[in-house]
Design a protein around this ligand. Structure first.
Ligand code: G
Ligand code: G
Ligand code: MN
Ligand code: NA
Length: 254
C-alpha cells in the first residue's frame, strides 16, 4: 500500500530511470540495438527492479502514464543516438497490455514520436503473448495501427505464453524474442535445444527476425551462431546499464 502511494508521486518526482541492455549481431560483431528497462530510484528503498513494482503499476493503471514516460524517454535517447553516430540502432521498449488496450494508444504514440522527432523505423515495441491472446482480433487491429506508424513489433518471452500458432501468423510482427528459459538449457537440455532450433526455423519460415534472450555462456553463443541466430541479448554480451555505461559498450570493440 505504501509502495502504491509512493508510485503515484514517483512520476512527478522524476524517480524513474531507463537502463539499456545491448543486443548484438554475432556475425557483424556490432551492437544492433538496446532494450530499455525501467528502474525506480525509490527515495528510501533504493533502486527497485520492475519485478518489485510493475504489478502494482498494472493493477492501479499507473502503468499507462509510466509507459508513456518510458516511450518518451526512449524515443528522445534513440534520436540522440541516431544523430550522434548510431543511425541504425534499434531501441526496444516493453509494452503493457493495459497500454495496448487504451483506445487512443496509437494517437498517443504518434504524438510522442512527433514530440521527440524520433524515427519510428528504429523503435521496436515488445508485446507478450498473454497481452495479445486475451483479445486477439482487437490486438491485430491495434498492432497493425502501430505498424502503420512505421514502428517495429516484437513478441517478447516467446514460447512461455499460450500463443496459438495460427494467430502468430496473423499478428503483424517483425520479430520473435526467444525466451531465456529455453536458452538457459542450451546446450545440455535436449528439449531446449530442439525447441530453440524449431523457433528459429519457424520464425524464418514466417518471415520474422529472431533474437535470443538471456545468453549467458560461450556455449550458448556458439550454438546460436551455428543455428543461424546471430542476434543475441544477454549478460554474456552486456547487462542492463545506465546510459553512460551503455555508451561505453557502444564505443568499445566487441
Ligand atoms: O531487467 P528486468 O528486471 O529489468 O525486467 C524485468 C521485467 O520487467 C521484464 O519482463 C520486462 O519486460 C519488464 N519491464 C522492464 N521495463 C519495462 C517497462 O518499461 N514497461 C513494462 N511494461 N515492462 C517492463
Ligand atoms: O522484457 P523481458 O522479460 O525480456 O525482460 C528482460 C529481463 O531479462 C530483464 O529482467 C533483464 O535484466 C533480464 N536479462 C537479460 N539478459 C539476461 C541474462 O543473460 N540472464 C538473465 N538471467 N536475465 C537476463
Ligand atoms: Mn523485453
Ligand atoms: Na523477454
Amino acid at each position: 500500500i505504501q509502495l502504491e502511494h509512493d508510485l503515484r508521486s514517483a512520476l512527478e518526482n522524476d524517480e524513474f530511470l531507463l537502463y539499456y541492455q545491448p543486443q548484438y549481431d554475432l556475425n557483424k560483431n556490432i551492437v544492433t540495438g538496446a532494450e530499455a528497462l525501467i528502474r525506480w530510484q525509490h527515495p528510501t528503498r533504493g533502486l527497485l527492479l520492475p519485478g518489485q513494482f510493475i504489478t502494482i503499476a498494472e493493477d492501479t493503471g499507473l502503468i499507462c502514464q509510466m509507459g508513456e514516460w518510458v516511450l518518451r524517454t526512449a524515443c528522445s535517447q534513440a534520436r540522440f543516438w541516431h544523430e550522434n553516430g548510431y543511425p541504425d540502432l534499434l531501441v526496444s521498449v516493453n509494452l503493457s497490455s493495459r497500454q495496448l488496450s487504451l483506445p487512443d494508444f496509437t494517437a498517443r504514440v504518434k504524438a510522442i514520436l512527433a514530440e521527440t522527432g524520433c524515427n519510428p523505423a528504429r523503435i521496436e515495441m515488445e508485446i507478450t503473448e498473454s497481452s495479445v491472446m486475451a483479445q486477439p482480433e482487437t490486438a491485430i487491429a491495434q498492432l497493425a495501427a502501430l505498424q502503420e506508424l512505421g514502428l517495429n513489433l516484437a513478441m517478447d518471452d516467446f514460447g512461455t505464453g499460450y500463443s496459438s500458432l495460427g494467430y502468430l501468423k496473423r499478428f503483424p510482427l517483425n520479430r520473435l524474442k526467444i525466451d531465456r528459459g529455453f536458452i538457459s538449457g542450451i546446450p545440455d537440455d535436449g528439449n531446449d535445444v530442439v525447441i530453440t532450433q524449431t523457433i528459429i526455423l519457424m520464425a524464418r519460415q514466417l518471415g520474422l527476425s529472431v533474437v535470443a534472450e538471456g545468453v549467458e555462456t560461450e556455449a550458448q553463443k556458439t550454438f546460436l551462431l551455428e543455428n543461424d541466430c546471430a542476434n543475441v541479448q544477454g549478460f554474456l554480451m552486456g547487462r542492463p546499464e545506465v546510459v553512460e555505461t551503455f555508451n561505453q559498450h557502444l564505443q568499445a570493440a566487441f
